[in-house]
Design a protein around this ligand. Structure first.
Ligand code: AMP
Length: 286
């Protein structure tokens, strides 16, 4: 009998929704109740544990869960070398040094001898040490952005995605300390023992993420235009070219980057394509 793997995911905060959506898009069927701590996946040997985002690295490292999804910033902050199986491309943010708008500081060096408030102590220390800038790192458990106003610190190091929280708090970014996104982690012992099951989960998530970024294009065109159209379609592999019943006409099928579709369409039409269909891809295994 195969062992059920445990996957720890955040139970609160901004990584919950995209993580649950990824697992559902991957085809896993489970109920994520408001207060449930564990959800049994009905169609795969997997249990999902809903835990605090901050505890996931430790859970995976200790083997409480064989797999986990959390922010790369928290993995780096923990200092553990828990295997990172796959970067997931969502939850993107930057750990950034910020200072009040009206402060004179222009570079990290200008903060020498001053106080920097952060909840990412290890990454902040590492950054300033690597640059040989002596600063006094002040730990805060959250809401670092209010620290300068409270007179707790001259600068902060905090996570930013759009930058709007900083603007609201009268702060401007100075330098990036660390770039983060969600990551799939694995327990190192389990990775050795349960290799095939891990590979299956990884493929499932990778195929789902890869499909989201691409579209399947189908179009008809005169045979004489095939080369010109193929040049416009640098897809995964060369496009499929299929003869149509109507003499001298072909159908071209290609996988293209989703964000290029709209700029591609007028060029395809100008090159002779007609009846262009844009289809979503459910899963893409490369
Ligand atoms: P939360 O539970 O909402 O505090 O989630 C924290 C995690 O979400 C962080 O450790 C980051 O990995 C990720 N994250 C993504 N974007 C942001 C952001 N703009 N601010 C804070 N955390 C973010």
């Amino acid at each position: 009998m195969t062992r059920r793997l445990r996957l720890a995911i955040p139970n609160k905060g901004r990584l919950v929704e995209p993580t649950v959506r990824l697992l559902r898009d991957a085809g896993l069927v489970f109920e994520a109740g408001e207060r449930a701590l564990v959800a049994r996946v009905q169609n795969f040997d997997l249990d999902i544990l809903f835990v605090r985002t901050n505890d996931i690295v430790e859970f995976v490292n200790d083997g409480v869960a064989e797999l986990g999804i959390t922010g790369l910033d928290l993995v780096a902050e923990s200092g553990t070398d828990v295997p990172r199986v796959k970067m997931l491309g969502y939850g993107r943010c930057r750990l950034t040094i910020a200072v009040p708008n009206d402060s004179p500081f222009r570079a990290a060096e200008d903060l020498a001898g001053l106080r920097v408030a952060t909840s990412h102590m290890a990454l902040t220390r590492k950054f300033f040490e690597a640059r040989s800038i002596p600063v006094n790192v002040i730990p805060v458990s959250g809401a670092a952005e209010v620290a300068p106003r409270l007179g707790l610190a001259e600068a902060i190091v905090d996570l930013v995605s759009t930058g709007s929280t900083m603007v609201v708090n009268g702060l401007r970014p100075l330098e990036e300390v660390f770039a983060s996104e969600a990551v799939l982690l694995a327990n190192s012992n389990a990775l050795e023992q349960d290799g095939p099951a891990f590979a299956q989960v990884e493929t499932m998530l990778s195929a789902t993420l890869a499909a989201r970024d691409r579209k399947y294009l189908m179009m008809n065109a005169p045979q004489a235009k095939a080369a010109e159209l193929e040049d416009l379609l640098p897809g995964l592999e060369s496009p499929s070219v299929i003869p149509l019943a109507h003499e001298g006409m072909i159908a071209i099928h290609a996988v293209v980057e989703a964000d290029q579709v709209w700029s591609l369409l007028p060029r395809l039409k100008a090159a002779g394509a007609s009846g262009i269909l844009i289809l979503p891809i459910e899963k893409l295994v490369s």
